[in-house]
Ligand binder design. Sequence first.
Ligand code: ADP
Ligand code: RBF
Ligand code: MG
Length: 207
Amino acid sequence: MGSKLRDRVAGPDTPEPPYPVRLSGPVIKGFGRGSKDLGIPTANIPADDLSEKHPELTSGVYFGVVALDPKTYKHEIVEGSTSTAVVLPAVLSIGYNPFYKNTVRSVEIHIMPALTEPSPTAAGHEGHTKFHRLPDFYKTRLNLLILGYIRPEFDYVSLEALVEDIRVDCEVARESLLRDAYKSYLVDSGKTSEKVSEDRRWLVSFD
Ligand code: ADP
Ligand code: RBF
Ligand code: MG
């Protein structure tokens, strides 16, 4: 964005319509740049019918929560039982990546560590940000609940400027998800509303 001044959180303290928005799809091959060029792996899911099905999702950067099908993706921290999907925070880009001038729209999701773990993208290691990385999970079904909008897509003067903005996006997503009404999508607090429970059930169900 050029400007270093960015809000620490995005959107209202409680998700408002149209959020949460449900997206789902198999993880497909992307442009092969995420890890290689940027050091930021992004799981791509098909964006074919997105404009018809979700006209509300304008191009931009969003945050939310994801789950991967435990039948094909065994999460490292789940020992023994592999039947329940793990829900993790995520930041995503929907659009044309103006920096790369893509001609097709893409949905690219960067999965972050649990909020109980230290953030690898916290400021302090100038120029040495390491983004979260999991073992590859191509072809695995991914369910995503988009909970809010962060910013529009921008073009950048340099790769470093793009990476720095994505680093800040990760921090904004974390702070945003730490609010009670958002955290309830990540952890079952017991006093979760019926609507949130229903969305959580959808998130972790794979047939
Ligand atoms: P591609 O261009 O094929 O999308 P990337 O370099 O963007 O390749 O890497 C994405 C792949 O890396 C994902 O499909 C997934 O298998 C893996 N991956 C590893 N860690 C993550 C993560 N934290 N978030 C998203 N994908 C990840
Ligand atoms: N690409 C852009 O050209 N402009 C952006 O503002 C932009 N923001 C992004 C924000 C996030 C959180 C993520 C994960 C990606 C973003 N990208 C953006 C896409 C990035 O260029 C893309 O992931 C790589 O090119 C790999 O395909
Ligand atoms: Mg990718």
